[in-house]
Write a protein that binds this ligand. Sequence first.
Ligand code: NI
Length: 171
Amino acid sequence: MALLPVLCYPDVRLFKVAKPVAQVDARTRKIVADMAETMYEAPGVGLAATQVDVHERIIVIDISESQDELMVFINPELVWASDEKKSWREGCLSVPEYYDEVDRPDRVRIKALDLNGNSFELDADGLLSVCLQHEMDHLEGKVFVEYLSLLKRSRISLKMKKRAKELASPF
Ligand code: NI
């Protein structure tokens, strides 16, 4: 396994639309293992392949407190979303140290492939629902800050660019 660098907003590679995985094989499982390691190390509750510059439709999520319940979604599709919405304070490994409220459908049903290439459906609510929608947005090239006002977004971009500069040359 290997830790992968996570792209930081507003890196243009975060705006790419990911391609479906044609075949779930050893190569896919290697990407998933690396993504999981990267997510746990961060630590984060979810990671989309787009964020590690792999433009394939793969998501890993672990919302358990013990961080030992890895969920893998390959080629995830939204089957249904509730009309009812809910607001959550979201964060993202690609937008470090920034959190803000986003409105999304409260409950969703999604369809995806597992690590063996088998199709499954899942009903999600609460944090899992938010997480799935947030990560599926990444695969469409959409970062959660795009739900916020233009003013907030430009402030975040400036903050992230400043942060990247500081990290590159701390002195
Ligand atoms: Ni994110």
